[in-house]
Design a protein around this ligand. Structure first.
Ligand SMILES: *Cc1c(COP(=O)(O)O)cnc(C)c1O
Length: 414
């Protein structure tokens, strides 16, 4: 609150734009924390929300069920990679991953087997609650709580260069510890700074995990719903996960909702006559009908030809722009995956989340009507799919100018 006192008052949104109290517009180049898919205040989703609020706004999801939750599960399951058989509703991405971890551990508990180790990737981010933090790499976000977090084994990220090292590390852990699950963000590690890895190498990790009878949890909270060029990132792999966590884009960026989908293998371990085998986890707003109605409307928009065309356009535009700026001496590691483009700005000082470059980048683009939220010295775009050609080209042009600007200029007053 002290260091960043001047939040911008936003009064409305339309398409890829947000408008502040003075009427100034900003292109939302990061989809408001990666959640918005089809644009702000989308009339189709708004109407679905209105209709549902007038019909059934909420009922508890225990002993009761309702059409929007059932319909969404029925429509989503066949679209998911692998053979997912059930969905478990919650209301945010941290819960979705925490639920997946609890499910994996309880499957073995219910089976009377001892398997307690969770394996994750270095640099991983799975959310901000304690279980999700435990599965996330230790650092700035977790430091005050590190002694309270359960132990997780971290392995190197399966990049093209590091495939063998990553697989060897996992194989060793699988051979020496009782692993319950491997949890990963497939293809793109979002909060790590949009770091990308190799589909083939990741598939090898899935395969090794399965050969040892452990589960793979795909945290697609960020990568889901078309971000990586396919509807879900795991479609690009040759092996399937056993659980998939979804949240950010699920309602098109309108209401909180999350899903942990699982295979029949996982579900069956809970489907017994023993009441102690139940999964005792429920949130007050689980499967909220209005959120489910928003998710149904968002899914329909996502599957439309128009959205598919828009995503293909963004992907091609990103690739072209990446090609153009790849050799620029001010940046490293220009990378794209589907509708995501990221680059690392070279700094003379510190790298990482607290890099001084962050504020410089943020204010440079804000002054040009573009809302970015760099992660340290990583500049990235993950725009709503409705972004127009002119808006996207305006952002690229601002990046070109930024790369030519004086990198040692004084920091702006925040
Ligand atoms: C954002 C994110 C989460 C946490 O989701 P919240 O809804 O913010 O709790 C978990 N995993 C990944 C990969 C994310 O990007």
């Amino acid at each position: 609150m002290k260091l960043r006192p001047n939040a911008i008052g936003i009064t409305r949104g339309q398409g890829a734009l947000l408008f502040d109290e003075e009427g100034k517009s900003y292109i939302d180049a990061v989809s408001s924390w990666w959640v918005n898919l089809h644009g702000h205040a989308h009339p189709v989703i708004a109407d679905a929300i209105y209709q549902q609020a007038n019909t059934l706004a909420h009922c508890m999801f225990a002993g009761l069920t309702h059409e929007p939750a059932v319909a969404y599960a029925e429509q989503l399951l066949p679209l998911l990679p692998g053979t997912m058989s059930k969905v478990f509703y919650s209301d945010n991405g941290s819960c979705a991953t925490e639920i997946a971890i609890k499910m994996a551990l309880q499957v073995f508990h219910n089976r009377g087997a001892v398997r307690k180790t969770i394996v994750a990737l270095e640099g991983s981010y799975h959310g901000d609650t304690f279980g999700a933090m435990a599965a996330s790499s230790r650092g700035l976000f977790t430091a005050p709580f590190d002694d309270k977090l359960f132990q997780v084994v971290f392995i190197p990220v399966p990049t093209s260069d590091n495939a063998a090292v990553s697989l060897a590390a996992l194989t060793k852990i699988l051979a020496t510890q009782d692993v319950a699950a491997l949890i990963i963000e497939p293809l793109v590690q979002g909060a790590a700074g949009m770091q990308m890895h190799n589909a083939h190498a990741l598939s090898a990790l899935f395969k090794a995990t399965h050969e040892h009878g452990a589960f793979v949890i795909a945290d697609e909270v960020m990568t889901g719903f078309g971000r990586t060029g396919t509807l879900f990132a795991c479609e690009q792999l040759t092996e399937s996960p056993d659980m998939i966590c979804l949240s950010k884009g699920i309602t098109g960026g309108t209401l909180p909702l999350a899903i942990t989908a699982c295979s029949a293998d996982v579900f069956d371990a809970f489907y017994t006559d023993d009441v102690t085998h139940a999964f005792y986890h429920g949130h007050s707003y689980t499967a909220n009908p209005i959120a489910c109605a928003a998710a149904l409307a968002s899914l329909k928009l996502l599957l439309s030809d128009e959205s598919t065309t828009r995503r293909a356009y963004i992907e091609t535009a990103h690739q072209r722009f990446a090609q153009e700026i790849r050799q620029n001496e001010r940046i490293d590691n220009v990378r794209t995956c589907g509708t995501i483009i990221a680059m690392t700005i070279k700094t003379v000082g510190g790298n990482g989340y607290l890099s001084y470059e962050r504020d410089r980048i943020y204010h440079y683009f804000l002054a040009r009507g573009i809302l970015l939220r760099p992660m340290g010295n990583v500049l990235y775009l993950i725009p709503p799919y409705c972004i127009t050609h002119e808006q996207l080209q305006h952002i690229y042009q601002a990046i070109r100018e930024f790369l030519e600007s004086d990198s040692h200029a004084d920091l702006p007053i925040i």
